[in-house]
Design a protein around this ligand. Structure first.
Ligand code: ADP
Ligand code: MG
Length: 249
């Protein structure tokens, strides 16, 4: 994925002011930055939930909009994005599982309803994904019978069931009780080790340091700086990054 000068606004409020951002296949790119800096909006642009208004955005090798002769960038319409979005998994802070379905049904439902997989096959694969996130023994449970950490792992399994080429995580552990954070981070580490391409917005600096190939600092709608996590954390080049890090470390 490569964003160049990506702009986006809500009405008159400019939220992304020219974001440059790259993640290559098989890499984990972590994003940190203060609340309101545009991190979530950027992820939402990447999977087409918000329209990019300027710049250029290539996702999985495809430009997800067109610059017309008037010089303006016309993002793909929701319809144009719909099929493409299957290639992108997204995990939110809130897990958004279907409350009336079991863990297994939550994971199998995308393949059945969106990809048209036969139900038996989808359930078999869903079980494999639940095993991958350590929840094979909980397949029959509904979300309310699971802890927050387990629910988030189901949400990850659900995203994986669509066989995505890119996974986006928006503060996946921020809503969890502290003792449940690690089990989710461990699953994400496993994905990274398996070579999944991932963009991870997180406050978990230790995770970014250990797992991230790259770390990007967002502030005020721009990617202020990017570097190897160890280097950026030890010696930020920008004053804004330094100020943010000293407030969270
Ligand atoms: P972050 O994820 O870094 O906290 P966001 O991308 O959520 O930042 O928000 C960036 C800015 O956009 C904030 O000022 C926020 O108030 C604003 N914003 C986010 N979502 C909306 C929306 N749906 N309508 C209007 N403004 C929004
Ligand atoms: Mg956010």
């Amino acid at each position: 994925m490569r964003a160049t000068g990506v702009r986006m606004s809500y009405g008159d409020v400019q939220v992304l002011n020219g974001v440059d951002f790259t993640v290559s296949a098989g890499e984990v790119s972590c994003v940190i930055g203060p609340s309101g800096s545009g991190k979530s909006t950027f992820l939402r642009c990447v999977n087409g939930l918000e329209p990019v208004l300027g710049g250029s955005l290539r996702v999985l090798g495809e430009e997800v909009g067109h610059t017309l002769r008037d010089g303006r960038y016309h993002p793909w319409t929701p319809k144009e994005f719909a099929a493409f979005r299957r290639n992108i998994g997204m995990v939110f802070q809130r897990f958004n599982l279907f409350a009336h379905q079991s863990a297994l049904e939550n994971v199998a439902c995308g393949p059945v309803h969106v990809l048209g997989s036969p139900a038996d096959e989808a359930r078999g694969l869903a079980m494999e994904h639940l095993e991958r996130v350590g929840l094979a023994g909980h397949a029959h449970k509904r979300p309310h019978q699971l802890s927050g950490g387990q629910q988030q792992r189901v949400a990850i399994a659900r995203a994986l069931a669509m066989n995505p080429a890119l996974m986006l995580f928006d503060e996946p552990t921020s809503a969890l009780d502290p003792e449940l954070v690690d089990e989710v981070l461990e699953v994400m580490k496993g994905l990274a080790a398996d070579g999944m391409t991932m963009v991870v917005v997180t406050h978990e600096i230790a995770f970014a340091r250990e797992v991230g190939d790259w770390l990007t600092f967002f502030d005020d709608g721009v990617a202020v700086e990017r570097g190897r996590p160890g280097e950026l954390l030890a010696a930020p080049g920008q004053e804004r990054t330094r100020a943010f890090l000293s407030s969270v470390l």
